[in-house]
Write a protein that binds this ligand. Sequence first.
Ligand code: FES
Length: 138
Amino acid sequence: MNLDDIYSETIMDHSQSPRNYGHLDHPTKVTGLLNPTCGDQIILELAIDADIITDVRFSGKGCSISIASASMLTQAIKGKKIEDAMSFSYNFRASITGMEANIDLGDMEALRGVSQFPNRVKCATLSLNAFEKAINDL
Ligand code: FES
């Protein structure tokens, strides 16, 4: 498999028109993470009410894979209970490191091919790492 092969229409759509890009007026938690290999950064803002992620935005700069992944993640976790969103994040991480995911990954299924390219796994997991850190630091 060639790296170009993983740039599907779904990935390009999310990277060119990222969903939930921007800022929340009153975030409950803001967490930024850097990919040390390239210097790119994703900042995630979460609004949490009780144990529900009621809203989410992200900002920052990164490659197509990191932006697409952040866009897809925000779409997937919005409206979910924290534990379900964390479970989604763990399953997505498993799928892009070559393991089986136990849930429907939706659009994030398009990023499975990244598992063939270890350097790009860091790009795809940047937003997941920011999300999991945000929740673990609550
Ligand atoms: Fe920097 Fe992908 S090259 S996040």
